[in-house]
Design a protein around this ligand. Structure first.
Ligand SMILES: [Zn+2]
Length: 307
C-alpha cells in the first residue's frame, strides 16, 4: 500500500502573483494522477500538523517564534528573502507539510504502509535550523529523519535528495551525524551555491554540470550512491523528491527526461527492497514546469506502487 498525503491548506499557501512555487503545481499533479488512474490506487490521507516538539528536533524554538511573528495578518504577503514569502496560510501549511512526512514515517515503520509520497507545499530542504529560505520554512524531511531516529529508535536513516538544487538545509542539520547518510545530486553553481564541498563525512554530494542529460546522474547513482547506501544499510529511506532537473523546467539547466525519473525511482525502490524492506517516505520538494512535474511525480508513484 502506498499512502499519498495531501491537504487543502497546501493549496492556499502563496508567495505572490506569478511565483513559480504555486498551488498550480499541486493541481497539475492531482489532475495527472486522476487522469492516469493512479489516484484511485493510492491510500490518500489528509496530513495533521506536526507538533512544535517534533519540529524542534531540527529547528530552534526561536525559528518557530520568528515564523509566527512574521506570518502576516495585516497584508497579503510578507517577504522572508528575495524569493520566499509568507501569506496568512503559510505557517499552517508548513506545519502540515512537516506533519505529513512524520506521519508517513509512522505508517511505514509500523507496517501500515509499504511506502508513502507527500504531495506537500511548502517544500523543506533549503530550510536550515535557524533560517527559512529558498521557498522553504520547515525542513520536512529532516524532521521526519529525526522522528525516525528519536521516536522509533532507528540507528541508520538514509536521505536521498535528487532536487536540482543542493539541499543545504538538510546537510547543515545532519552534517557529521553518523546515524544519517545523505546522498544527493544537484546542478553545480546555482542556488543555493553550496554543496560542492560536503560539510560532513556522512554527505555524498554529486554536483552535476549544466546542460548535461540524465547520463551523468545515472552514472553517479550506480557508481557512488548505490554502493554507499548498500554499505550503510539504512533502516529507512527518505527522499527529498524535487523534479526541477527536468529538461522542461527552466529553474535549472539540467536536461533530465521523464525516463530518467522512471529509472531513478525504480533504482531507489530496488535499493529499499534490498536494504530496508522497501520502506520509503518521499516528500515533494521542487519542480516548476507543471506538466513535466505532474508526469514525473506519476512515474515516481508508479515505482512506489510497484514496490
Ligand atoms: Zn529545487
Amino acid at each position: 500500500m502506498t499512502v499519498f498525503f495531501t491537504h487543502p491548506e497546501f493549496f492556499k499557501h502563496e508567495m505572490g502573483p506569478h511565483h513559480p512555487e504555486s498551488a498550480e503545481r499541486l493541481w497539475a499533479i492531482q489532475d495527472h494522477l486522476t487522469r492516469k488512474g493512479l489516484l484511485a490506487l493510492l491510500d490518500t490521507r489528509e496530513a495533521e500538523p506536526a507538533s512544535d516538539a517534533s519540529i524542534q528536533r531540527v529547528h530552534s524554538a526561536q525559528h518557530l517564534e520568528n515564523l509566527s511573528a512574521l506570518a502576516p495578518s495585516d497584508r497579503p504577503y510578507r517577504a522572508i528573502d528575495a524569493d520566499t514569502a509568507m501569506n496568512s496560510h503559510t505557517l499552517r501549511a508548513a506545519y502540515l507539510a512537516c506533519g505529513a512526512a512524520i506521519e508517513a514515517v509512522d505508517l511505514v515503520l509500523t507496517g501500515q504502509a509499504r511506502n508513502a509520497f507527500c504531495a506537500v507545499r511548502p517544500p523543506g530542504h533549503h530550510a536550515e535550523r535557524e533560517q527559512a529560505m529558498g521557498f522553504c520554512f520547515i525542513n520536512n524531511i529532516a524532521a521526519a529523519a529525526a522522528h525516525a531516529l528519536e521516536i522509533h529508535g532507528l540507528n541508520r536513516v538514509a536521505i536521498i535528495d535528487f532536487d536540482v538544487h543542493h539541499g543545504n538545509g538538510t546537510e547543515t542539520i545532519f552534517a557529521n551525524d553518523d546515524r544519517v547518510l545523505m546522498v544527493s545530486t544537484f546542478e553545480r553553481s546555482i542556488y543555493p551555491y553550496s554543496g560542492e564541498a560536503p560539510l560532513g563525512r556522512n554527505m555524498l554530494n554529486i554536483p552535476l554540470d549544466a546542460y548535461t542529460n540524465g547520463a551523468p546522474m545515472r552514472d553517479a547513482v550506480q557508481r557512488q550512491w548505490i554502493p554507499a547506501l548498500q554499505k550503510f544499510k539504512p533502516e529507512l529511506i527518505l527522499i527529498s523528491a524535487g523534479f526541477d532537473a527536468h529538461r522542461e523546467d527552466d529553474m535549472s539547466h539540467l536536461l533530465w527526461s521523464d525516463q530518467d525519473y522512471v529509472w531513478l525511482s525504480q533504482q531507489i525502490v530496488s535499493l529499499a527492497q534490498a536494504t530496508c524492506k522497501g520502506r520509503i517516505v518521499s516528500s515533494l520538494e521542487g519542480g516548476y514546469a507543471v506538466h513535466a512535474l505532474a508526469r514525473s511525480v506519476g512515474h515516481h508513484l508508479d515505482a512506489l506502487l510497484c514496490a
